[in-house]
Design a protein around this ligand. Structure first.
Ligand SMILES: Cc1cc2nc3c(=O)[nH]c(=O)nc-3n(C[C@H](O)[C@H](O)[C@H](O)COP(=O)(O)O)c2cc1C
Length: 449
């Protein structure tokens, strides 16, 4: 018996060696994970055995901006496979699990993105999802002929039009356009192809797309913006939202706020799954979980810890401070840090924490929460968030790969299943089926019915 009338959605976010900043130093991690195909094949198949709804790859079109001393000690956000290419290969060695990755609207053209995700949807039999980001990393601009990144308002304005164009291109062909009739020699019905003829502020796109309508109609739209612009954009277009709230109260606030914004766009709250990031270190006992956590924590280099703390605080320069100094006074944060800076500054004051205390607490999971402990503790907390209106599920962020994901699959998933919270098997063939979403009608079909 389910404790709610819906199932928890679980995804797994593959950060190449793992999400913990010291993940690549773990002796059982795959140090060259970013370019190791055998590694991705193994972990994707393991995720499917665990019945995760989907796997997810983030993406940036630049190497992360950081001091050389810190960057040269990091495996994350430096150099790795391009995720759409990688998902094409993973599609061929998996059968049911959803395949989601990021593509930015700031440094792509809609035709490219529509074409690639429609292709992935075909190759995977309807399992593709697109994480729409506007890019937060200013270094991306320098790789695309620009000196400065777009300001937030402009990049969301472009993103809105971008997504509209992509969806329009996905509807270029009616589902039954390709008759491929050898008798008559007709390959497609010319009455079932539509040119988009889009002429807008940012894009001019004639169409049609040179890929037929995809198995899901539209690949699933995912989003992760935390600003006011980001939330409005998500309320309008997203079907999955990733979020990184500092605690359950913040998660509940975000959840109510975002779901509440959907009605103005004619959408119902159950057309969107809100999934907070979840870093779990789990053991058969609390002591075992502590030991796993302490090992990874002991591998955080002070340069790396300090640099990540500075990023979490919104780019504050901490280079002139010793790691045993208290956190210096900081000016009030703006919305860009999504409340994280305020949360960190208050915590440091309240608990009298040094820079080192803070980075040890925060750097492991790059500022995101970590639940550490026994299976019961982890499952209890997940259940509480789920039933108390803080989320529709989680995007799990394994500390190191494959070990932390294997622990989650072996220990936590069976407990969630036992509690009636998580699926024991996939319900359908496509990602939409598995999320309980309808296949969208084509805009042309809508006009004629
Ligand atoms: C789980 C998660 C995954 C994200 N993945 C990416 C990504 O792949 N690429 C990217 O540029 N930003 C990524 N972001 C950042 C968001 O897209 C967004 O820029 C950030 O949350 C700030 O919100 P804002 O753009 O509304 O200011 C991610 C955020 C979260 C929480």
């Amino acid at each position: 018996m389910s404790r709610t009338d819906r199932d928890m959605v679980l995804g797994v976010f593959f950060n190449y060696t793992g999400h913990h900043v010291a993940s690549w130093l773990h002796p059982e991690a795959c140090a060259d994970a970013g370019v190791n195909w055998a590694h991705f094949k193994e972990i994707s198949q393991a995720a499917e055995r665990g019945k995760f709804h989907f796997i997810f790859f983030a993406d940036w079109l630049a190497v992360r901006l950081a001091s050389e001393a810190a960057l040269s000690r990091s495996s994350q956000y430096t150099a790795h496979f391009e995720p759409l290419t990688l998902l094409g290969a993973i599609a061929a060695v998996t059968e049911r699990i959803g395949l989601i990755c990021t593509a930015t609207t700031s440094y792509n053209e809609p035709y490219h993105v529509a074409r690639k995700f429609a292709s992935l949807d075909f190759i995977s039999g309807g399992r593709a999802g697109w994480n729409v980001v506007t890019s937060a990393n200013p270094a991306e601009a320098w790789n695309f002929g620009k000196e400065k990144h777009y300001v937030r308002e402009d990049r969301y304005d472009r993103a809105r039009e971008f997504v509209e164009v992509v969806k329009g291109l996905w509807d270029s062909w009616d589902d039954d356009a390709f008759v491929r009739d050898r008798e008559s020699g007709i390959y497609f019905d010319p009455g079932k192809v539509h040119t988009l003829d889009h002429k807008g502020k940012h894009f001019s796109v004639r169409g049609p797309l040179n890929v037929p309508r995809a198995p899901q109609g539209h690949p699933v739209i995912v989003q992760a913006g935390a600003s006011e612009f980001g939330k409005d954009f998500a309320a309008q277009t997203a079907e999955i939202v990733f979020v990184a709230p500092p605690d359950m109260k913040a998660a509940q606030g975000f959840y109510a706020d975002l779901k509440g914004r959907m009605a103005q766009y004619g959408r119902s709250p159950d057309e969107l799954k809100i999934l907070p990031g979840l870093n779990v270190i789990v053991g058969e006992t609390e002591a075992e979980a502590d030991a796993k956590y302490d090992f990874l924590q002991s591998r955080i280099h002070p340069q790396v810890g300090k640099e990540i703390l500075s990023t979490i605080l919104g780019g504050v320069d901490l280079s002139s401070y010793d790691i045993d100094d208290p956190l210096p006074e900081l000016p009030d944060s703006d919305e860009a840090q999504g409340g994280t800076r305020k949360f960190v500054v208050e915590m440091a004051k309240r608990e009298n924490l040094t820079i080192k205390d803070l980075y040890l607490r925060l750097a492991g999971a790059r500022g995101k929460r970590t639940i550490k402990g026994s299976v019961k503790r982890v499952a209890d907390e997940m259940e509480e968030w789920f039933v108390e209106g803080a989320c529709d599920g989680f995007i799990t962020q394994p500390a190191y790969l494959p070990g932390s994901m294997d622990d989650f699959i072996d220990l936590v998933i069976p407990e969630l299943q036992r509690r009636g919270l998580f699926q024991r098997d996939y319900r359908g063939a496509t990602l939409r089926d598995n999320l309980g979403f309808k296949r969208p009608k084509s805009r042309w079909q809508e006009k004629t019915t």
